[in-house]
Design a protein around this ligand. Structure first.
Ligand code: ATP
Ligand code: MG
Length: 574
């Protein structure tokens, strides 16, 4: 490709709303152009990279025995009613939905379990046709709450989604294992550093799931890993051994004390000279359930924090928000900061296991400027329902091996594998005849890869202050050739010659034949991040070109006559 013909423009300024480096660099490079919140046009450079990612994904899916299909993006809502997910998705506000001219309700698919389950129930009757894994690569639509991270979190984005159908759990184990292995290969081939962690199953539901996380400081997900046993989990799910707390001793009479303006654990600890582990924090949420919205109080030990995802799961809620100050006033009858478990109005109470067995604890009094001390379960308030909602933290002991200390790191979720079981096949009556002649629901798994998010994650993990440093496998072009002076015929001819040779050798090459000064061309090539740059300039007097690696910046003078072979070899080696 000739840069003079390329539909692209690099920009000096980064978008005002961009927070992530990947967003800034892809926008400045002209790779993407925003047309609305979370909506982007992909230029030819971006599309080449996205096609490369798709090609790797497709090859690995095919190798694992999965079959490619293409399911509707515009999906009738009746299927979502049938699977029982319509409510959840509509209430969470994540689904784009519309009516056609006849008034039929439709949505833009955020995912495609319903479509694939329908295809299987219409096509497969017998266990003899199983197992089947089908996948597609297509746009998905989600009305994300904060679509501000470029390709990382689009409202329209490219996802590979695969679905496995088996006769039984053992079959699912094998299908899941094959997909997991394919995923490892995909992310390795993309040249990404990643970890696989246990994950929450979220709104899709299911029994086991793992996430593939590209490690990057700007990652949205907090992860914990154990260097001792290799355990790794998203904090949404990670478990640690409960840190020891101070003992409360034998029950004392309950007291109601004045605590003017003292609302935080730290301030209370100072005021009463009491360890935070002797306090029960009452955190108020507004929880949305299938058929109601209700205040939810979560009780947790003062030195610990509840994780909202664990709370949502324990509560069985569809959505969860922190309670507004108004709601706090309404249910406690007091100003915010004094909530406690005794006397809350219209509020469901759940307690983290950390408060089980505590004695003589401190908690809010549900009266402004007052707290209760020496509170005891069963005597002063009924035993609540307990669930584990505590967020594990770095430095705590791994719950798996009970030995290692959990380490924290941040990641970008680029892939997710789930064991779904029969949730969808039961709901949608997707049955096959089993070996014993009985009709049974398919045992399903589902497997997603964020194709467009991989591009952003790759940039997030591989850039410097000059621009993008594409992993070789994802770069839109492998080599850029820059004639340094367009008015120097020797430089232009050498560049043209090498351009033709590289094309013949099957190397993906961009020739920067724009009538520009060398400075901006060099800057552009750094910003755009091609793995190799060939400068045709002064060194041609000795019959040489200068070849520079984008990653690391190593430079080498290579005879023009050998340059094509040199590059071909270097590109092949990654
Ligand atoms: P997240 O937690 O980041 O919102 P998710 O868990 O809801 O993602 P899945 O339903 O597991 O996403 O989708 C499969 C894959 O699709 C994810 O692992 C991710 O790589 C990608 N993905 C999900 N949402 C987006 C988005 N808004 N933009 C780009 N990629 C996305
Ligand atoms: Mg996910």
């Amino acid at each position: 490709m000739r840069a003079s013909r390329l539909l692209n423009r690099t920009l000096f300024d980064e978008p005002a709303d961009a927070e992530l480096k990947s967003h800034k660099l892809l926008a400045r490079g002209g790779y993407i152009r925003k047309v609305g919140a979370g909506l982007y046009s992909y230029g030819p450079l971006m599309w080449r990279t996205l096609r490369k990612i798709s090609a790797i994904v497709r090859e690995e899916m095919d190798r694992a025995g999965a079959q490619e299909v293409l399911l509707p993006i515009l999906q009738p809502m009746e299927f979502w009613e049938e699977s029982g997910r319509a409510d959840t998705y509509l209430k969470a506000g994540i689904m784009f939905h519309l009516k056609d001219r006849r008034g039929v309700a439709l949505c833009l698919g955020p995912t495609a379990e319903e479509m694939i389950t329908d295809l299987l129930r219409a096509t497969v009757d017998s266990y003899k046709q199983l197992p089947i894994t089908a996948y597609q690569i297509s746009n998905k639509y989600r009305d994300e709450f904060r679509p501000r991270f470029g390709l990382m979190r689009g409202r329209e984005f490219i996802m590979k989604d695969a679905y496995s159908f088996d006769a039984d759990e053992a079959g699912l184990d094998a299908s899941y294992g094959a997909m997991r292995e394919a995923y490892v290969r995909v992310f390795q081939r993309c040249g990404l550093k990643f970890v696989v962690v246990e994950a929450d199953s979220g709104a899709i539901g299911g029994s086991r799931s793992e996430e593939f996380m590209v490690t990057a400081e700007a990652g949205e997900d907090a992860l914990l890993t154990c260097p001792h046993c290799g355990y790794g989990a998203n904090v949404e799910r990670a478990e640690s051994v409960l840190p020891a707390g101070d003992s409360g001793g034998a029950p004392l009479p309950m007291r109601n004390e004045s605590t003017p303006g003292i609302t935080t654990v730290a301030a209370l600890a100072e005021f009463f000279k009491l360890a935070p582990s002797r306090m029960v924090k009452t955190v108020l949420f507004e929880a949305t359930y299938k058929n109601k919205v209700q205040a939810l109080a979560v009780l947790i030990r003062g030195d610990l924090d509840a994780h909202p995802v664990k709370v949502q799961n324990a509560a069985g809620a569809i959505a969860l928000e922190m309670a507004s100050d108004d709601l706090v006033r309404k249910v406690t009858g007091a100003e915010p900061g004094y909530a406690g478990p005794i006397g809350l109005k219209d509020t469901r109470i759940l307690a983290d296991t950390s408060v089980q067995g505590m004695t003589n604890f401190l908690c809010g009094a549900n009266q402004s400027d007052r707290h209760l001390l020496d509170v005891n379960w069963e005597r002063d308030l009924p035993l609540p329902k307990f669930a584990e909602m505590r967020a594990a933290r770095a430095g705590e002991t791994c719950a798996r091996c009970q030995t290692g200390q959990l380490q924290g790191l941040r990641g970008i979720e680029v892939g997710h594998v789930f064991k779904l079981g029969t949730k969808y096949s039961d709901a949608m009556k997707a049955l096959f005849t089993a070996a014993d002649g009985k009709r049974r629901p398919f045992v399903m798994g589902c497997y997603g890869i964020g194709v467009s998010r991989i591009a952003a994650a790759a940039v997030e993990q591989n850039h410097d202050d000059k621009g993008i440093v594409w992993p070789a496998a994802l770069a839109p072009y492998e080599v850029v050739i820059i004639p340094m002076q367009m008015d120097n015929p020797a430089a232009v001819q050498a560049a043209e010659k090498l351009y033709v040779e590289l094309q013949r050798a099957g190397v993906e090459v961009l020739l920067d034949d724009r009538d520009n000064r060398p400075g901006p061309k060099l800057k552009d090539s750094e910003l755009l991040g091609f793995p190799f740059r060939v400068l045709c300039g002064r060194s041609l007097e000795q019959g040489q070109v200068e070849i520079e690696r984008r990653a690391g910046g190593a430079k080498e003078l290579v005879p023009l006559a050998d340059a094509a072979a040199w590059l071909r070899k270097a590109v092949g080696a990654g």
